[in-house]
Design a protein. Structure first.
Length: 266
């Protein structure tokens, strides 16, 4: 199988995005929720970047790629790809939600909670995040193979939203075991599925998906990113701060990524 263009930077960016969960693991040891308001802005920023990139870059690019081979039906194929991405993201969320009882994670020292319940919360969160990170890895990798600048933007956005996921995994494990290395290990493992998802995506793309349908897959990635933004990033942004902080992050993300694309494109 021939490696896709930009393979090395695509894998590096995907690995960086995935292992950002370890940053969250480190934060879990030193700060509490009321000191995490900056994450509200960061998560909003991530959502702003992903929403802008999906609608303003990835969907038009998907449409352009398909137009060459499907001049009469490229818009329908782009639409279909986007819907497929939404369905995939919704299916994953339905069968394995990525949220658990907030009290189990943020306040495990409470008297009503036992160690086994806390450990179970950490384990299930780690498993759920692994599954959710899988398509994110495919999204980051595929986008970077087509456009390094766009892929870097997606990678940074996903890395930001992986930080609180690392917190959600590491905090309960740390309180149960009392060992930071175990908590950091679980946090890292929860993010390592992103580069694994990239490799699987490359394998599927290389063997099964015709080159002429790459636009469909890119539209599907946009659908996955839009779902992640509205289902995960924005609710978390509001949870860690307030709506105004989230809005500052969203608008900042849109303006920064827009400006960067204009400067680089110019």
């Amino acid at each position: 199988m021939i490696l896709p263009q930009n393979f090395a930077p695509a894998m590096l960016i995907t690995l960086f995005a995935g292992l950002a969960t370890t940053i969250g693991g480190g934060i879990a040891f030193v700060v509490k929720k009321n000191n995490l308001k900056a994450l509200s802005v960061g998560l909003g920023f991530s959502a702003g970047v992903m929403i802008f990139v999906s609608f303003m870059d990835m969907m038009p690019e998907a449409n352009r790629l398909l137009q060459t081979n499907f001049p009469n039906s490229h818009e329908w194929l782009t639409y279909l790809g986007f819907v497929i991405g939404l369905v995939v993201a919704i299916a994953i969320d339905y069968f394995l939600p990525d949220h658990i009882d907030e009290e189990d994670v943020l306040h495990p020292e409470g008297p009503a909670h036992r160690n086994y319940k806390i450990k179970r919360a950490g384990l299930f969160t780690a498993i759920a995040i692994c599954v959710h990170n899988f398509p994110e890895g495919m999204a980051t990798f595929l986008t970077t193979t087509q456009n390094i600048t766009l892929g870097l933007s997606v990678g940074i956005a996903i890395a930001i939203h992986n930080i609180p996921e690392g917190i959600a995994v590491a905090l309960p494990m740390y309180h149960v075991t009392g060992k930071k290395r175990y908590a950091m290990l679980y946090a890292a493992l929860s993010g390592i599925t992103e580069p694994i998802g990239a490799l699987v995506g490359m394998f599927i793309f290389g063997l099964f998906l015709p080159q002429i349908l790459v636009g469909v897959l890119m539209a599907a990635v946009a659908g996955i990113m839009i779902y992640i933004s509205f289902d995960t990033l924005l609710p978390l942004a509001k949870e860690y701060g307030d709506w105004h902080q989230s809005l500052v992050g969203i608008l900042s993300g849109i303006l920064v990524i827009w400006l960067s694309l204009i400067l680089i494109g110019g």
